[in-house]
Design a protein around this ligand. Structure first.
Ligand code: COI
Length: 381
């Protein structure tokens, strides 16, 4: 009698033979894994409320890990149990901030397919960031494969259609020990994932933003244009202050003239005046958002004029409509902006909102409901 083992079982055996102490899953086994085969190893899955996901980390099943030692190439990488990572106290990321992150999402289409959105663009952005931060980076192919494997291995955590997404967080960190200031000699590429709903606690309600005049996110010649972890801790202070006063997020101004808008701590910003959509140009101080550039393409195709240029805070205050874009945020309408004690309110409930049209088109493409003429969507299952 021949006994057929499930691919999951074979995947586990294969990796345990290779003497890896944590439970590992081969890519083949991950792709063959049925949702009912994934083991409910913690209560969180049983208690998940798909209608109220919010945006906080949940311990999913697997994460991907690959390491690049002194030979400058990343090893093949593998899926391992989601869990803590061990680091040298002298790791480059801990001591000198050599770290980059990305964010991308997997959604479940109504036809059951699992869809990713432009993961190659995240891979390219990580490579550009790695070059700026003197780090080794994985190839575009390895990055995209790792994102696919992580999504598939955690597919039971992908919310039902329309309820949210599996937010996938690739990380590149200097794990080699160093003491003098220099690039680390070892890098680790990790990809973990968590199911998420709305980024802001406001849900889909309009945001109230605060323009900060005292703190700046970055400056010309800095690293504000790359997704370095070092760009995010410095915004926490102004962000928390704004939240204490009831605002949703902070708009940062340029650090030289203190009059041009740059970005919001968690997303890019756009304004609408008449039929023209404007957004700050990316000149090294603003993150080159993947949602930002997708929205610019969609807006052009919907017939809007889009200007990427210096945008003053005064123009922002006089706009008809304001919205923000980002992977986590998607497209969020702004209801008010407060600057120098003055609060202005924008159109929010009008059904002709430009941001609503852009949001619907983007989400329609991402979820497979609207034809993807751009070839942005990658179906993985
Ligand atoms: C994203 O939108 O994916 C980001 O990385 C922003 C982060 C502050 C959540």
């Amino acid at each position: 009698m021949m006994i057929r083992q499930s691919p999951l079982f074979l995947g586990l055996i294969q990796t345990s033979l290779s003497k890896v102490s944590a439970r590992c899953l081969t890519a083949e086994a991950a792709y063959a894994l049925r949702e009912d085969e994934a083991m409910p190893r913690h209560e969180e899955y049983a208690n998940i409320d798909w209608n109220n996901l919010g945006f906080s980390p949940r311990r999913t099943d697997y994460m991907y890990k690959s390491t690049c030692a002194s030979n400058n190439t990343f090893d093949q990488g593998q899926l391992i149990d989601y869990g803590n990572v061990e680091l040298s106290p002298a790791a480059g990321v801990l001591n000198y901030g050599q770290g980059l992150f990305e964010g991308t999402k997997a959604v479940r289409g109504e036809d059951g397919r699992i869809l990713l959105f432009r993961p190659d663009q995240n891979a390219i952005r990580m490579q550009i960031g790695a070059e700026r931060m003197c780090m080794q980076s994985p190839s575009v192919k390895q990055f995209v494969d790792a994102v696919k494997q992580t999504a598939i291995a955690n597919k039971r955590w992908i919310p039902p259609p329309g309820k949210g997404s599996l937010y996938i967080r690739p990380l590149l960190i200097g794990t080699g020990p160093i003491l003098g200031l220099s690039p680390a000699h070892e890098y680790t590429f990790l990809v973990y994932a968590s199911p998420v709903g709305n980024y802001f606690k406001e849900g889909t309600a309009s945001l109230n933003l605060y323009v900060n005049n005292d703190f700046h996110r970055t400056t010309r010649g800095g690293a504000g244009g790359v997704k370095s972890i070092t760009n995010y801790a410095p915004v926490l202070k102004p962000l928390l202050r704004a939240k204490e006063q009831g605002f949703s997020d902070v708009v940062f101004l340029d650090s030289v003239h203190k009059k041009y808008i740059e970005e919001v701590s968690s997303c890019n910003i756009f304004l609408v005046k008449g039929d023209v959509i404007s957004t700050p140009s990316t000149v090294g101080t603003i993150l080159e958002g993947i949602t930002r550039k997708s929205i610019i393409d969609i807006a052009h195709d919907l017939g809007y004029k889009v200007e990427e240029r210096l945008v003053t805070v005064d123009e922002l205050m006089e706009a008809d409509e304001v919205f923000t874009t980002g992977t986590a945020v998607t497209v969020a309408n702004v209801g008010s902006i407060t600057y120098n004690g003055q609060r202005v309110e924008y159109k929010t409930s009008d059904c002709g909102l430009v941001s609503q049209k852009l949001f619907k088109r983007l989400v329609g493409i991402q979820s497979g409901k609207i034809e993807d003429k751009y070839n942005w969507v990658v179906a993985i299952h």
